[in-house]
Design a protein around this ligand. Sequence first.
Ligand code: TXA
Ligand code: MG
Length: 321
Amino acid sequence: MRDKELIQHAAEIIKRGGIVAFPTETVYGLGADAFNPLAVARIFEVKRRPSFDPLIVHVANPADVKKLVKEIPSNAKKLIERFWPGPLTVVLLKEEDIPDIVTAGLPTLAIRMPSHPMALSLIKESNSPIAAPSANLFGYLSPTTAEHVQEQLGDQVDLILDGGPCPVGVESTIISFLEERPRLLRPGGVSLEEIESIIGKVEIHAIGEERPHAPGMLPRHYAPRTPIVLDWDKKNLDLLEDKKIGLLAFQEPKNYLKFQSIEVLSKKGDIREAAANLFAAIRRLDALDLDLILAEPIPEVGLGRAIMDRLRRASTKGEIN
Ligand code: TXA
Ligand code: MG
């Protein structure tokens, strides 16, 4: 089938209450009609996601937000104008008719307009906003290729639309507008610097701080099976002599030492490229039956903030020993 027919077919599935995995510029999503609570319930079931974890609703037109929320504060408007379509999610007070299962009973709704052409066509053809979490099992890394989705959820979803690898590679940035000051709930595809250049200072949520507003904010989330260690010292590598170790390197490492396998996120040290490669690289290491993955820290500027956030959440705290 050609792309256009495939998307029409996918939209038919959504309209009938089915669930479809689809590409976005950030990661693959698992979508259902946001106004069909039974369809949305199936997403929670398939992902084995706890029902207290609300979903992001995806729209194909900025004007659609008005119908879904009570009001749009001026700072939210500014960010929407600047970054949509794109990897930015805004959290606003929801309208009554949004099904509770979408927002996990919260009075708020997370919304974004993705820029991936397949995602936009799917939402338009479905004639309804699409509620979609990342298309992975709860607690695991988000998928950035159709194959990743196939491996984890393949036989349980009605269709997987393949749009190739996701160009951004980390999830959207989430900003909440419920308090006086905008709050960063999750660093992501739009950098904090870019956001603050438009609306000024944003409150930042440190990991583990107070009750999580978003389970994606839980200290340990996005975790692979193999322990990832972020705080390590080259000097201590001798202690790991008999272990199978993988290295998740930012740039080409100068010293290969005794790693079983090395994944380089960006040979030239480009942070955007590193973000785009991050989850696929971790998955490849995770498939090797290693004892440990050592991850190199990445400069926390631009998308580096989102990368480090995901690495911290995927990592095992503490020293290697
Ligand atoms: O890039 C993305 O955002 C991808 C693509 C598919 O759009 N989606 C994604 O969805 O990452 P998910 O469900 O894996 O992560 C959404 C995060 C969760 O941590 C959830 O708790 C939070 O957004 N969230 C959703 N609704 C919220 C709300 N009303 N208030 C606060 N956090 C919310
Ligand atoms: Mg997710």
